[in-house]
Design a protein around this ligand. Sequence first.
Ligand SMILES: N[C@@H](CCC(=O)N[C@@H](CS)C(=O)NCC(=O)O)C(=O)O
Length: 247
Amino acid sequence: MTKHLLSLDQTTKSKVPVAHKEVQRTLWGTKKSPYVRKVLIALEEKKGPYKLEEILPANLLKATNQKIPEVFLKISPFGKIPAYQEISRADPKEFSITESSVIMDYLNETIEETPLRPHDSKENARVSWFMTYGDNVVAAATYKIFFETLVKPNFLKEKTDTSLVDTVFKEELPVVLDFLERTLADHRAWIADTKNFSLADITIATHLITLSTTGLNLDETIGEKRPNLLKYMRKILKRPSVRKALG
Ligand SMILES: N[C@@H](CCC(=O)N[C@@H](CS)C(=O)NCC(=O)O)C(=O)O
């Protein structure tokens, strides 16, 4: 691999990026899903042309008496979204994969534009840590609100468990928001203290954006007592990739 490519691709030095026109990328899912949003932002950052194949996860298709396309289950065996599918001219065998973080890492490795992981191993480990924290802890709180207030009444025709939502607001969410505020108070540019926007920022921001997709005002939910987190989220919401993914 040439020096030029090494400097572009920060983590996997054995992968050679493929020209965009050689690859057809399809993302299966809906923009309402936080996990699909992660991949959409990554695709927009990487400027890799792609098609969004609008679909609900299999459990919601079933709940709303809609047919589950067989092709979707081939790409996503458990019927989850996002699912990613790629056909490249160099290798006509179709490639497909699920799990938002796995897809984002794959895109980051194979599209050279805008690296979303730092070169430094320690910084990169911190990016992975915040990605895990985002999916396991931030999303544990925000997804409950999303599921209870949006998915249950609109798709499953079930009642929202308001006491669960209250508990998340009173107990779970403040702990998460306070931790993020303390982290950002350290004068860092980005959440994982990297020079550039990274997969960690995509993950953390995406799960917080979920709150606004349920009708909440994100600024008010974060609150004035968390000025660093407010500033961070406003900066992220101005990014063209994020605006496009939300649009
Ligand atoms: N860990 C997965 C989570 C994906 C996920 O749970 N997606 C939801 C939609 S937001 C889904 O497909 N739910 C259907 C199900 O759990 O069967 C990822 O990061 O991609």
